[in-house]
Design a protein around this ligand. Structure first.
Ligand SMILES: CC(C)(COP(=O)(O)OP(=O)(O)OC[C@H]1O[C@@H](n2cnc3c(N)ncnc32)[C@H](O)[C@@H]1OP(=O)(O)O)[C@@H](O)C(=O)NCCC(=O)NCCS
Length: 259
């Protein structure tokens, strides 16, 4: 394992065995109660992405060994896409859908997930895509922390419509104009959701709280290590005070009886 000469490559049918081997290594590394972190895909499932046009695969190689992989969807308008329950208002041809992200346990800690997302988005922007989206099991913080680090925001928390697993949905605007631009807003309301030292234990119990915050207009934006909290932001309209002069006149009149 060198970790020095990692090469990123779009995968195709010739990589099927590499892809299956990496998935096997990841599955073997997950405990029983973590198996739902990823869909266990068959060769047939993977071939749809390896030979696909709307669904694609990217891989990272160390020499000839595949050490990280991701499926990403670039759906076309008019076709049925994955994750239809999220951002259904956005046309297919503006979306990038991230799925099945796997990093070999021996190569974790170098933010390879984040680097793969960045690589895909850079190309997707050139294809006029404007939004990237992802769905992650709520009890898989290793994955959603990376998505937050990547600038994605939590805007939906629900049960997966197919298997009922509690999941977090994140999204990010990726259009050219918003790249490298920091929007300074002074009308942001912040909520600190305390997670403590054991995020894994704490997070699932916050499912309803997260849903409540989202209903109130908050988005999960970052993890603050200092306060051990997940930070939520809500943009507020600038406050304007309206004077109802008619009411003022009436009240005045009623109070004094004369004018
Ligand atoms: C999710 C995954 C792809 C991330 O791998 P990676 O890119 O190597 O991520 P890193 O190990 O570099 O972690 C980066 C961040 O996540 C945090 N993190 C990693 N593992 C974590 C864990 N088990 N619990 C909490 N946070 C964790 C790290 O602390 C780090 O954050 P920091 O920079 O603020 O310290 C990898 O863990 C994996 O393959 N998991 C199994 C399969 C899976 O769950 N895939 C996602 C399906 S959507």
């Amino acid at each position: 394992m060198s970790k020095k000469h990692l090469i990123v490559k779009k995968l195709d049918g010739t990589n099927l065995q590499d892809v299956m081997n990496l998935q096997d290594r990841i599955i073997a590394n997950l405990s029983d109660d973590e198996q739902h972190f990823i869909l266990h895909r068959t060769e047939k499932d993977y071939m749809k992405s390896l030979n696909g046009t709307s669904s694609n695969m990217l891989g990272v190689f160390d020499g000839s060994e595949l050490i990280a992989q991701i499926i990403y969807g670039l759906p076309k308008n008019g076709e049925t896409r994955d994750m239809p329950e999220f951002k259904s208002n956005i046309p297919n041809n503006e979306l990038v859908i991230f799925e099945a992200i796997l990093v070999d346990p021996a190569y974790r800690g170098s933010s390879l997930m984040k680097r793969m997302l960045e690589h895909i988005e850079q190309n997707a922007i050139d294809d006029n895509r404007t939004h990237s989206i992802i769905q992650i099991a709520i009890d898989n913080p290793a994955s959603w922390i990376n998505a937050l680090h990547h600038g994605m925001k939590i805007t939906k928390v629900d049960r997966d419509p197919t298997d009922g697993v509690k999941v977090i949905y994140l999204e990010k605007k990726i259009s050219k104009t918003t790249q490298n631009t920091t929007l300074i807003q002074d009308n942001i309301k912040t909520y600190n959701m305390y997670l403590g030292d054991n995020i894994h234990k704490k997070i699932p119990s916050l499912f309803l709280k997260m849903q409540h915050l989202i209903q109130k207009g908050y988005k999960g934006v970052t993890l603050d290590k200092e306060t051990k909290s997940l930070i939520w932001h809500k943009s507020e309209e600038p406050k304007t005070t309206f004077f109802d002069f008619n009411k003022l006149y009436t009240n005045n009149f009623q109070k004094t009886g004369t004018l």
